[in-house]
Design a binder for this molecule. Structure first.
Ligand code: FAD
Ligand code: NAP
Length: 314
């Protein structure tokens, strides 16, 4: 049987939200314990340059996350390499079981398990990830100034990404598998009237095409869902915007969720539907999904946890 560890604040996740929560909780003398999960450092470890983290005009994503981890450790947070496989929020203390066999009990929990972009699942898409294929226009749109890009998807994210990309690209082609969008009407209206945007209806993306050396995207091979006819849409950048999957598996039957699986927090706070359980970052956020907003929520979660524990003590 594994060890049992107790902490006042258990932080689950090691992205910007988790590490920021750890810094604040440690500085509040709460001796937080942070469990890193399968992806120490979170989503930014799978990107290259980050150009919108304040204070760093450009920094490699993995380097930024190494710095955040070091910062959290230096403030006194304990950082543990483990994966939480189950979590019981129904009784106090809250109990989490780690893949290592360790049981973590805690007076409060900060959930910062993030979200993962959904990809089409093509081998060619995998090959060009970071080399012309992206799931984040806000992050990578800047690299396509004066170039042509393709966006895949038909929801709010796809339409927002397409509109955002017009700030840089000379042409944006939105490719959708059906003949209508599920995005809000106002966004559709903006999309349809934008002179740089073309919509290709009823087409699926079969392959991302590109060069080998250097690796780079040159187009996408598409298929008409009615006729089966295939054609190529040339582009320099390929953006997938078919939704994000929040990592809410651990809590899906215990906490209130909304927008297709995001943990619902009280507006302006990180309070979830269970007192003492706080949530921060992409796990809660279908809209902004940025490192800096996640870090901001991590800070809020630690402050919310501190207030919760102080109120309990008094
Ligand atoms: P994440 O970074 O998603 O981290 C989640 C953490 O939870 C991970 O450490 C994971 O291991 C852990 N975890 C999950 N499940 C468990 C579990 N069961 N047990 C323990 N731990 C668990 N944003 C920007 O602001 N600028 C950019 O340039 C930028 N570029 C990006 C490029 C790419 C390719 C991607 C995918 C995203 C990019 N983003 C960018 C978005 C940014 O990465 C996210 O908004 C941010 O990382 C979210 O932080 P988070 O802390 O909420 O979660
Ligand atoms: P979404 O609403 O689930 O839309 C996903 C889109 O991708 C759909 O059009 C879907 O097509 C398409 N798609 C899914 N899988 C696909 C595949 N394998 N191949 C091709 N296309 C595929 O996701 P989202 O746009 O990310 O939005 C998620 C949630 O966040 C929603 O609640 C949304 O309202 C919210 N959101 C809000 C804002 C905002 O308020 N400004 C911004 C972004 C997101 P079908 O239509 O055919 O299913």
């Amino acid at each position: 049987m594994g060890a049992t560890r107790h902490s006042k604040v258990l932080i689950i996740g090691s992205g910007p939200a988790g590490y920021t929560a750890a810094v604040y909780a440690a500085r509040a003398m709460l001796e937080p314990l942070l469990v890193q999960g399968m992806q120490p450092g979170g989503q930014l470890t799978i990107t290259t340059e980050v150009e919108n983290w304040p204070g760093e005009s450009t920094i490699m994503g993995p380097d930024l996350m190494v710095k955040m981890e070091a910062h959290a450790a230096a403030t006194g947070a304990e950082i543990v390499s483990d994966l939480i496989t189950s979590l019981d929020l129904q009784k106090r203390p809250f109990t989490a079981i780690g893949d290592s066999g360790t049981t973590y009990t805690a007076d409060s929990v900060i959930l910062a398990t993030g979200a993962q972009a959904r990809w089409l699942g093509l081998a060619s898409e995998e090959k060009y990830k970071g080399f012309g294929a992206s799931a984040c226009a806000t992050c990578d749109g800047f690299f396509y100034r004066g170039k042509e890009v393709v966006v895949a998807g038909g929801g709010n994210s796809a339409v927002e990404e397409a509109l955002y990309l017009t700030n840089f690209a000379s042409k944006v082609t939105l490719i959708h598998r059906r003949d209508s969008l599920r995005a809000e009407k106002i966004l559709q209206h903006r999309l349809f009237k934008h002179p740089k945007i073309e919509v290709l209806w009823n087409h699926t993306i079969e392959e991302v095409l590109g060069t080998e050396a250097p690796l780079g995207v040159t187009g996408v091979r598409v298929r008409d869902v009615h006729s089966g006819a295939e054609s190529v849409v040339p582009c320099d950048g390929f953006f997938v915007a078919i939704g994000h999957a929040p990592a809410s598996e651990l809590v899906k039957d215990q906490l209130e969720l909304h927008h297709g699986g995001y943990v619902r927090v009280e507006p302006g706070s990180t309070l979830t539907s269970i007192p003492g359980v706080f949530a921060a970052g992409d796990l809660t956020d279908p809209v902004y999904r940025q490192a800096v907003t996640s870090a901001g929520m991590g800070c809020m979660a630690a402050l919310d946890a501190e207030r919760f524990l102080a109120a309990e003590e008094s």
